[in-house]
Design a protein around this ligand. Structure first.
Ligand SMILES: [Zn+2]
Length: 404
């Protein structure tokens, strides 16, 4: 493990004196979990680049950052090692497969200073976060720590992804204006996310994390904050002493986390939970903390970023209201949200996002949904829309969404 060597910055170096990254050209990466988004950013990035795969760098006292590769357009996930007195706490584990597993073996050898990993936390169920949890926990005989919903859904995800079609799936896609066998057509593209026989399965037992728990690790205490919307019970770790938040996918600086209605729960309303989480985090978190996200670079400016994300989704929802003055089918709304042509898995994720925004609007009584033959149509019903509409002032994500 490298010592600090000036790589982390004490509080006097924080916000205001670090290189400012104004108007960063945002990466429009439509990944398995994330949606495109363009925004004029003025967040501050204290580290210009990530350490090479398999190496660590100290980003706050006792907090080490490492990256592992992803076989996707989004090239890497950030993982964090927290220095305890007699071992390390690992936060998130990387995606399944030999490449990351070999990098872990190298990391164990070179970066841990002779101490074991003695607990493993996964912020949420997604395969880039949980993919190596079985391997790492088995290697070190370390317990896995997760929230309840995330653990059980992680255990289910393989069968959920590989499930064949059903009348429920067919009905979901048909109602959205998609071909009923749509799920089948992208099976191959989802293979990366499926556990394979050679993988270590998720550990058969876990320690439950709950909102408000305090985890002592070394000299520091980390409070568990829980958000929802991107996944059901997403864990973040906040150290008030260190002024550090490990945010997982709940807060990302450049891309926006995917908030989707999935065919397994076709009437869910994840956007309401997502927006509520952001409002709550705005109340909870001071603005001078360093945010350690699961993708992109660590940053300062959490209050601004939370507001940007809220504004982004509100903008998308207003755009949908304006688009539904004449009743619309979900499939026909995707070109309004995404300028470029969508295929396969990107189209699937775009539909999930579109429905998440529509369902939130339904719960606000701004859109109504009705069955027209076999399809659902969505119609704007709020009388104040004419005053609120600003049809020429929407964000215009125009890069090709990438499936990763
Ligand atoms: Zn995720």
């Amino acid at each position: 493990m490298k010592s600090g060597q000036g790589t982390w910055r004490s509080s006097k170096h924080r916000r205001g004196t670090i290189r400012k990254a104004h108007n960063v050209k945002t990466v429009h990466s439509f990944t398995y979990f994330y949606l495109v988004y363009d925004a004029a950013m003025s967040l501050e990035y204290p580290f210009e680049q990530a350490p090479p795969f398999g190496r660590t760098v100290e980003v706050a006292p006792g907090v080490y950052w490492l990256q592992m590769p992803l076989p996707m357009s989004l090239a890497a996930i950030n993982l964090y090692l927290l220095d305890g007195n007699d071992g390390w706490t690992l936060v998130d584990t990387g995606i399944r497969g030999a490449e990351t597993r070999d990098l872990w073996l190298q990391t164990f050898e070179q970066e841990l200073g002779g101490k074991p990993i003695n607990q493993v936390i996964c912020t949420h169920l997604h395969p880039d976060h949980t993919g190596q949890a079985g391997f790492v926990c088995e290697h070190w005989r370390a317990p896995l720590m997760m929230s309840y919903s995330e653990y059980y859904q992680a255990r289910m995800i393989g069968s959920m992804i590989s499930a064949g079609s059903s009348w429920q799936m067919e009905q979901h896609f048909t109602r959205a204006g998609f071909p009923p066998d749509f799920m089948e057509t992208m099976r191959e593209g989802r293979r990366n996310f499926l556990p394979q026989p050679e993988d270590h399965p998720l550990p058969p037992a876990f320690i439950r994390l709950r909102a408000g728990d305090e985890l002592p690790i070394g000299e520091n205490s980390w409070r568990i904050l829980v958000g929802t919307g991107h996944s059901p019970e997403h864990v973040c770790l906040y150290s008030e002493q260190l002024r550090v938040l490990i945010s997982g996918d709940q807060i990302l600086p450049v891309i926006t986390s995917n908030v989707s209605v999935h065919p397994t729960e076709p009437f869910s309303n994840p956007m309401v939970g997502w927006l509520e989480s952001h409002e709550r985090f705005k109340q909870l978190l001071p603005d001078d903390i360093l945010v350690l996200p699961a993708h992109n670079l660590p940053f300062y400016g959490v209050q601004e970023r939370l507001q940007q994300l809220i504004d982004h989704h509100e903008d998308r929802m207003l755009l949908l209201e304006e688009s539904c003055i004449e009743p619309q089918v979900a499939a026909d709304l995707l070109p309004r949200l995404f300028a470029r042509k969508l295929e396969g898995h990107s189209r699937f994720m775009a539909l999930g996002e579109c429905l998440a925004h529509l369902h939130c609007l339904i719960s606000r009584n701004r859109i109504e949904r009705f069955l027209d033959g076999e399809v659902f149509r969505y119609r704007s019903i709020d009388p104040t829309l004419a005053e609120r509409a600003r049809p020429n002032a929407h964000e215009a994500p125009d890069d090709e969404p990438k499936m990763v």
